[in-house]
Design a protein around this ligand. Sequence first.
Ligand code: NAP
Length: 301
Amino acid sequence: MNVNVGFIGLGIMGKPMALNLIRGGYPLRVYGRRVESMEPLTAAGAQACASPAEVARNADLIFIMVSDTQDVEQVILGPEGVISGARPGCTVVDMSTISPAATRSLAAQLTARGVEMLDAPVSGGETEAVNGALSIMVGGKPEVFTLVKPLFERLGKNIVYIGGNGTGQLAKACNQILVTLSIEGVAEAFTFARKNGVDPGRVREALLGGFAGNKSLEVQGKRMLDHDFRPGFKVRLHQKDLRIIMETAHQMGLALPGSALVAQNMNALMGSGEGDLDSSALVNVIERLNETYITAPLHKG
Ligand code: NAP
C-alpha cells in the first residue's frame, strides 16, 4: 500500500480508473492536458501536477491512459515527459491501446534509464471502468506484473499476464479484431432484417439467447436500435485501433480481409464528420450503403 502513484490522461476511461485507485487507498498525483479534466480527481483528494515529468518525479508507479501511439510517446519522451522526471527503479504502466512495436521501443528506452514498463491495455468500456470490472492484458517482466497486480485488481476483474513487452498490446489487437467484426455483423444483420420487413429489435431479442448472442449485440446493438451514439468508445479511437492492426499485419505480410473491410467503413465515418460518435455508429455506413434505415417505422417499407 505504501506506494506513490501517478496517473496521466483523465478522459472517458482514465478518470474513473484514477478514481478507483484513490478509492482503493492510493493517493494519486495526476496530470490532465486540460486543467479542468483534473478537477474531479482533485475533488477526490488527488494532487494536480503541471506536467508528466512532475507526476513522475515522486512516483513509484506511473499509469498512462491517453489516446494514441504518438500521445504516449509525447507523454513519456516529450519535453517535460515522464522520462525526464522518473527515478530509476520506478515503473511506467501504459494502459492506452497503442502500437505493439512502438511499445517495445518505449520499453527499451525506459529500461536503458533503469525504468520498468508494462503495457496493460484494457477491454470493456466506461461502465466497466467505473465498476472496476475491466479486462486487463499485460506485457512486460513477470516480476513487475506481480508488483503492480494489487493495483490492477482495483481497476479490473479479469487480469491476464500475456508475456514480454508489447504482448499486452498484441492481445488487445486480437480483442479489437473480434469486436470490430462483431459490430459489423450486428449492423449488417439489423439492416438485413429491416430490409426484409422484420423488426431488428425483435431479432436482437431472439438472437441474444442463442449462438450469435454476444456483448456487441447486447451493447452496441442496443445503441444502434436507439440511434444513441453518445460515446462510449469513439469512432476515431476505433479507426486508430484498426490502423494499428492493419499496420502490424502489413509488416508481417498477413491478410486480415474482414478487419480491412471494416477499417474502410470506419474511414467513411471519419470522412463524414462522425469521428466523435460511439463506434456503434458503424450502422450508419451500412444503412447509407443500402438506403435502409433500421429505425424507420416498418409500415413505411
Ligand atoms: P478519451 O476520452 O478521448 O480520453 C483520452 C485522454 O487522453 C484525454 O483526456 C486527452 O486529453 C488525453 N490525451 C490525449 N493525447 C494526449 C497527449 N498527447 N498528452 C496528454 N494527454 C493526452 O479516450 P478514452 O475513451 O478514455 O480512451 C483512452 C484509451 O483507452 C485509448 O487508447 C482507447 O483506445 C482505450 N480504450 C477506450 C475504451 C472506451 O470504451 N472508451 C475501451 C478500451 C480501451 P484532452 O482531454 O486534453 O484531450
